[in-house]
Design a protein around this ligand. Structure first.
Ligand SMILES: O=C(O)CCC(=O)C(=O)O
Ligand SMILES: [Fe+2]
Length: 217
């Protein structure tokens, strides 16, 4: 993005807030390093029930998201490592800053780390496999993308297309918690020096509402 034009915090829809440049470069680099560590377990492209394979590659913390449910174990049967406390703390700080009110009770227990290569995208969908309707916190790292944020009723209009850059925060909750959203495209070569060689990373924090000991619904 053109750094000469500061991008302002914006409410994209009721309960959906974009906070540009929320993370400083040092924090972005720390997160990229953490993602690289989590990715050592292997990042996979989820297969949809219809047989399609997503272009995004994902590694999960807390609960494994398998379209369209959650599991305590990964594909190979190994347990999913928990969301680290520092990441949940970051989620609380993000929510408080986005909504400009305390968020001490926010306790994300799911983190999806999505990696987009230069051609990956994500179709319009709702995040609705959680039992909780607590807000979703999303952090972007690496290349910019065009993010489409719509409405809860359909994949179509009204929606808004915004650019998410490295370090940007996007939160959606309240009336927008079940809004459809997707990633239309990334823009290769637009990242600052985050330590990521290519592509885009997105960390999505959610509250599963599934409880500690429970199994997937
Ligand atoms: O990559 C993004 O910005 C969005 C990711 C997303 O919507 C999801 O993982 O459900
Ligand atoms: Fe999503």
């Amino acid at each position: 993005m053109d750094a000469l034009i500061p991008r302002a915090r914006a409410e994209i829809a009721p309960g959906a807030v974009h906070v540009p440049d929320w993370l400083g470069l040092a924090e972005q680099r720390d997160l990229v390093r953490a993602c690289r560590e989590w990715a050592r377990a292997g990042m996979r492209s989820p297969t949809l029930p219809g047989g399609g394979v997503m272009s995004v590659r994902t590694v999960c913390l807390g609960w494994q998201w398998i379209p369209y449910r959650y599991s305590r174990t990964r594909e190979d049967g190994s347990p999913v490592p928990p969301v680290p406390d520092w990441l949940a703390d970051l989620g609380r700080r993000a929510l408080a800053d986005a909504y400009q009110q305390p968020a001490d009770d926010y306790a994300p227990d799911v983190a999806l780390v999505n990696y987009y290569d230069d051609t990956a995208k994500m179709g319009m969908h709702q995040d609705k496999d959680e039992r909780s309707r607590e807000p979703v916190v999303s952090l972007s790292l690496g290349d910019e993308c065009t993010f489409r944020f719509g409405n809860p009723d359909s994949r179509g209009k009204p929606y808004r297309d915004i650019t998410l850059c490295s370090g940007d925060l996007f939160v959606f909750g309240g009336p927008s918690r079940l809004a459809h959203h997707g990633v239309l495209r990334t823009r290769p070569g637009t990242a600052p020096d985050t330590g990521l060689r290519a592509g885009r990373l997105n960390i999505t924090l959610r509250v599963s509402g599934l409880g500690r000991g429970s199994s997937a619904p």
